[in-house]
Design a protein around this ligand. Sequence first.
Ligand SMILES: NC(=O)C1=CN([C@@H]2O[C@H](COP(=O)(O)OP(=O)(O)OC[C@H]3O[C@@H](n4cnc5c(N)ncnc54)[C@H](O)[C@@H]3O)[C@@H](O)[C@H]2O)C=CC1
Ligand SMILES: N[C@@H](CC=O)C(=O)O
Ligand code: NA
Length: 430
Amino acid sequence: MTNKAIKVALLGAGTVGSQTARLIVEQSDELERRIGARLELAGVAVLDPAAVHDPWIDKSLLTTDTLELTTRADIVVELIGGIEPARTFVLSALNHGASVVTANKALLATHGPELYEAAEKNGVDIYFEAAVGGAIPIVRPLRESMVGDKINRVMGIVNGTTNYILDEMTTKGLPFDTVLKDAQEKGFAEADPTADIGGFDAAAKAAIMACLAFNRDVRMDDVHVEGIEHITDSDIAAARAMNRVIKLLAVVSQNDEGISAGVYPVMLPAEHQLAKVSGSFNAVFVEGEASDDLMFYGRGAGGAPTASAVTGDIVTVARHRVLGSTGPKIPLFSTAPIVDAARAESSYMMRLNVPDAVGVLAKVAEVFARNNVSIRAVQQREETDDCGNHELWITTHAVADSLIRKTAVDLEGTMSHGKVLSVVRVFEDE
Ligand SMILES: NC(=O)C1=CN([C@@H]2O[C@H](COP(=O)(O)OP(=O)(O)OC[C@H]3O[C@@H](n4cnc5c(N)ncnc54)[C@H](O)[C@@H]3O)[C@@H](O)[C@H]2O)C=CC1
Ligand SMILES: N[C@@H](CC=O)C(=O)O
Ligand code: NA
């Protein structure tokens, strides 16, 4: 006996929604065999039906009554993005007994625990593999495969847009704005790309990974965030001259002091595995106590890769419905304190523009000493600018973020003809 069809409501038919619809429609026979029941598209909600031209989407399924659609499906797939009205639609779906699949990291990093609870209360699933690392299986490994281990740290590149921008600037010398536009055209960027550039998209993913890795309610606001908006061509050239590459990293970790989560640009040694992650690819290292280091790598953004993860989740929750079961809950029982990631010490490189004059270096060194910041190396660049100034590159030993920032402020106050050009973390192997 064949199982009755499983009704799927698709909310959103943009970059990811369109490709998800394609995978469901084009692979319908194959998916039916994998699930044991047929997936039936019950409707596709969009803002503007006239703008949908995908040949695989039956026009009669299009609707603008999104809330109504959430009440008449077995699986609601939320691919709208943003907090509201997405949150209302997801809650409506869960409260009407539908399982939910979403790629919406912003929503999960802000209201995740409320949604997980609603899913549990209603005896349905909420799956979100696409919300972190696009096509890369990383949510499920953290949620299921590694649940028997103790995870100490998760670290990686989790934003395709910024990785694409930094990579194109580094390898092709292209300007920031040109590459950002390109990333938007390729469908990597968020509707508001400041979420990518400012590090907030990566921070949302960091919060989700921290929840899963440490069973602790960690939200977006708990994550220390620095984006790439201040990274210039000159920083990239300086990194290159030091055989390093600048990457935007998300790092979540747990130790005796508590849990910390941060997103910031880092100069990595060129030979580091994360330094080799190019374009819109993502890569995540998971350090488990028993497993040791694991690395997950693949396409972190883009329509088809993200739709692969979404469709994988649809198949999984559909299988659960056939079996009359649900997947594992998301238990957030830990009360470990959240520690500000900016308190963690790191090595830094500071670029300064200073006059080529007697005593300048001593004055600079004095400010570092006064702030108790230990200098590891100093490079004086030969080239001078139109004012006869040149660049000093100072690399420090490990120091707290607050101290290096204060040193920069003090230097600005001390140097009448010089200025601090940039301060970027330098990754040192532990
Ligand atoms: N683009 C990518 O590479 C990735 C995107 N995501 C996430 O996937 C989600 C969707 O992203 P994209 O497809 O890129 O966005 P998009 O902007 O291309 O598409 C959004 C779609 O939602 C529809 N929509 C907006 N408000 C609506 C409403 N009130 N009712 C019904 N439909 C509505 C729009 O008409 C459009 O079809 C977001 O949460 C995003 O963060 C996750 C991973 C990768
Ligand atoms: N804007 C995001 C899309 C995927 O999550 C990114 O660039 O990584
Ligand atoms: Na993923």
